[in-house]
Design a protein around this ligand. Sequence first.
Ligand code: DOR
Length: 445
Amino acid sequence: MTNSPILISNARIVNDGQVSEGDVRVRDGRIDKIAGSITAAEGETVIDAAGAWLLPGMIDDQVHFREPGLTAKGDMATESAAAVAGGITSFMEMPNVKPPTTTIEALEDKYGRAAGRASANYAFYLGATNDNIDEIRRVAPGQACGIKVFMGASTGSMLVDDPAMLEQIFTHSPLLIATHCEDTPMITANEERARERYGEDVPMSEHPRIRSEETCYKSSSLAVELAQRSGARLHVLHLTTARELELFSPGPAADKQITLEVCVHHLFFDESDYERLGAQIKCNPAIKTRDDREALIDAVANDLIDVIATDHAPHTAEEKTASYFQAPAGLPLVQHALLMTLEHVHAGRFSIETAVRKTSHSVADIFGVRDRGYIREGWHADLVLVDPDKPSRVTKEDTLYKCGWSPLEGFEFRSSVRATLVNGRLAWLDGQLTGAIEGQRLEFG
Ligand code: DOR
């Protein structure tokens, strides 16, 4: 592995709403020079990128890497390696681990675990509970990327359902509030109805009726109302329904008080896929109808949705063989998220510039990630080289997740990720991890 300068030549550089042909030199971890043509220095590593897209690395603002406490499913090293294989160069990780990340001490423990083991850059959310408002008020920018509020129960037991506590969080949080929006009492009632009808043998295809549109709408409208009343900076995670879109406004992410994220699987699958994939695509909030999926794709194109992320949530293959109520929710996605997004570019649903805005620029803008998320001289060299017309097929053998499976096995993408650079070093090249572990703690502001 070389640490010397790297020259990427003849690339189609996708940045800041434009595609331009040119060369990029990286040196000492940063983007040293961008120009129409750069002459290679002697001994310099040159990557001929003719025909390839050079993108700023994807910044995934929602992943579950399961450390500490749940490392049979995944850990910082395995899941971040899968992430760089897929063109993700930074991740923001969720607090529903064991013990949950609900104190500043637990946050610092996580940063310690990522240092020297994460292949991509990292930051962590502080989790809200019904009784940690003092900790939330104490957290400083830089200690966490945001406050995660499970306004609906999901994996783990981090539900915040005390209305007084929600008011306090929205009034006093010093950081962006990221919400999981589903109404738990409504879900519980729907589960009871399903039990009456099917016993324990509920078909997986009932999931979008149990975790229904109404359960999402009720919770996301409450989150929006709380933000409007308090002036808090709200980021609504993994939107899944067309109806909820009416709660949000289009426009540049940097100008919004309330921003919106969608996840790759909700843009990719719909309820017709439960029959084939069953519990593999059981996740919260649920994958819903084809019309919902279509509306979400359109909302990416028209800037109602600001961010595309993964909610990467690995569970073991064995756990996923269980019945409806027992099978855990969530699917592993980081290795294929960028390629899943680019399928919509190939299908003409939105442009490559839009894809880059949603996977990188806007995430950096929303969280205030310092010197990342754009291809700019002097900024960190987090870059992805994509061969747009070189197909790649997902196989179990090539899946790098600790859980060893993907809901996409057998699918052929129209593109492939040729190379990923993290802080100026190649972490992934031509189908192989290079072994470089270059992830750094994200800085904000
Ligand atoms: O499907 C999901 N899985 N949704 C979540 O909110 C949590 C996640 C997990 O941690 O497994």
